[in-house]
Design a protein around this ligand. Structure first.
Ligand SMILES: [Zn+2]
Length: 313
């Protein structure tokens, strides 16, 4: 299995790059912070990517053999909310039947879908040094899909699928062999119901609920997870399937509030998880490793990432 670690844009440093490359890790992921602020943090990343200093860091990471991936909640950035005043029909209908620009958009509106796709292609081309796998996730939350009369028969998974397929088709006009991650997470954990053939989408499974569930028996959880994951793997295929994990996500363990908490790795759980994922047929896994940057080091010293690399040997 290939492996990767994902950090926040502001945490990227020569030291982090050397740490990853020295440990033999395959991929450096960059993730602008999610939640309601995601459109702004993605816009800030794009500004950073124009600077020679940041580009030099990305170049250095590539020279050390790391593959670069950008993973972000992109829908709020890609669908320009200022269009709401003139085109409320581009935006989602909430469960009260009102159009709102709060999250995502209406995937049944062809103009909205086409705008979204064009912006997605611009974004793909602006991600300096990126590999050909793109991670333009829909907005971050629960119950934030469109409920308009045309979208009502589409599940949140269908809506994500339609948006990402449109984005990928547009991106492929510029980058013919591009691929796009379908994020299976919270509302999109069931496979889409729309049929597909060779969509160019690959599965990215994020077991977020594992970290929020309480008093869970591990065996029961794994059995439940396997039952949930099998239809996803059947739908998207196993060859490129990826896990998005939280083993080193010190932003989660710090409840996304600075200063960072002291990070304690649950190494046994991670090793068991990697084995399970491998048996299920996943071919790669990345873990968030946010809140382990310079401010963390000043407080607690350097986080040890060797156990992560070893878990994949
Ligand atoms: Zn709709």
């Amino acid at each position: 299995m290939k492996n990767g670690m994902i950090i926040h844009p502001g945490e990227l440093s020569k030291k982090w790059i050397d740490r990853l490359a020295d440990a033999g890790i395959d991929t450096l992921g960059i993730h602008p912070e999610g939640g309601a602020g995601a459109p702004k943090t993605l816009a800030r990343l794009l500004e950073l990517l124009k600077t020679p200093e940041y580009r030099a860091l990305i170049d250095y990471a590539k020279s050390r053999g790391l593959k670069i991936e950008y993973e972000c909640h992109a829908a709020g950035y890609l669908m320009d909310k200022s269009l709401f005043a003139d085109h409320p029909e581009y935006f989602r209908m909430n469960s009260e039947g009102e159009r709102t620009p709060d999250w995502n958009f209406c995937v049944s509106n062809p103009d909205a879908l086409s705008l979204f796709a064009k912006r997605a292609a611009e974004l793909a081309l602006a991600l300096y040094g990126s590999g050909k796998d793109f991670y333009f996730w829909m907005d971050d939350g629960r119950g934030i899909h469109c409920n308009c009369p045309e979208c009502r028969s589409l599940t949140p998974s269908d809506q994500q699928y339609i948006a990402l397929r449109a984005a990928l088709c547009e991106i492929r006009r510029h980058i013919p062999d591009a691929r796009m991650a379908y994020l299976a997470y919270i509302d999109t954990i069931a496979p889409p119901t729309v049929s597909h053939s060779d969509s160019g989408l690959f599965l990215e499974y994020a077991p977020f609920e594992k970290y929020t569930a309480r008093g869970d028996d591990r065996e029961e959880r794994i059995a439940r997870e396997k039952a949930m994951i099998a239809p996803l793997l059947d739908y998207f295929g196993r060859a490129d399937a990826k896990v998005l994990e939280y083993w080193y996500d010190n932003s989660l363990y710090s409840r996304w509030k600075k200063p960072p908490a002291r990070f304690v790795l649950n190494e046994n759980a991670m090793v068991d998880d990697v084995r399970e994922y491998r048996e299920m047929g996943f071919s790669r896994a990345s873990t968030f490793a946010c809140f382990l940057g310079e401010d963390y080091e000043e407080l607690y010293g350097e986080a040890d990432i060797i156990p992560f690399a070893k878990a994949f040997e």
